[in-house]
Design a protein around this ligand. Sequence first.
Ligand code: AMP
Length: 303
Amino acid sequence: MTLLAIGSVAYDDLETPSGKRENVLGGSVCYFSLSASRFHPVRVVAVTGEDFGAEQRQVFHGRPIDLTGLEQRPGKCFHWKGIYGENLNEAQTLETHLNVFEDFHPDLPEGYRQSPYLFLGNIDPRLQLDVLRQMSERPQWVALDTMNYWIQGASTALTQVLAEVDILLINETEARALSGERNLLKAYRKIRTLGPRILVVKRGEYGAMVLTEEGAIAVPALLLEEVVDPTGAGDTFAGGFLGTLAASGKLDLEAFRRAVITGSVMASLTVQDFGLRGLEVATEQDIKGRTQAFSDMIRTGGL
Ligand code: AMP
């Protein structure tokens, strides 16, 4: 029972109010798999360049993360450069270099084609569609993340793939861009007509919301004194959220409530350091302790 995930493996140049870093290992599938694998085994599909070697693989070592579907090609990894101003909820993209992604056609290993849960992480919707088409049977659920870059640049493929998606995870601005609606309830109703019956809206430091036909859940974010680097918060949230859902095997409001709490806890670990470091060093105890403290905070208001 594994969770199959496609996304980017990237080197990022980052600038936040806390400082600047260059060539930091990141990408949607790295954040996602390090987060989700704390709760459920993950299989990864992605492409890397020659600049991704044994040292980088080591980050995933000793975790239930299957890298059989990680293809190495001549050239360089995907490269993204972003800057955050005082509003840490949204990055401004300065550069996107697709590099090895430009002519990547995923070829799923035979053993991957029957995964019960599928996460189509933030990447070209044409590749998301390609992976979905290669599944030998429809997964129990399909989840998808995307961003403005693709909503604007590849809307036809995105509409096609969304028609087959159960759970859509996006941020507030993306939900508005995709639906053309400012109001989130109206945005959900519009998005529902495109395919997804579950909409998860990531709202940065204000938390997250899950909208379904059975009802809605809103959870605040964990209060942190310092956010060092918000990069990867969304993918890490998706990892905690979907890893928890996959482990529960359920899709009901109680499962969503637990999943959104876990997603928020995992995202809080990521944003406390640059790149993947916060996720790499977090212990089982850190995660359990934060989950307990966060649940108490929601219930009783304590810090
Ligand atoms: P997040 O902050 O969770 O939205 O994700 C940040 C990660 O997404 C970074 O590590 C980037 O390398 C990666 N990323 C940025 N733009 C794209 C894109 N257009 N397609 C795929 N991944 C991207």
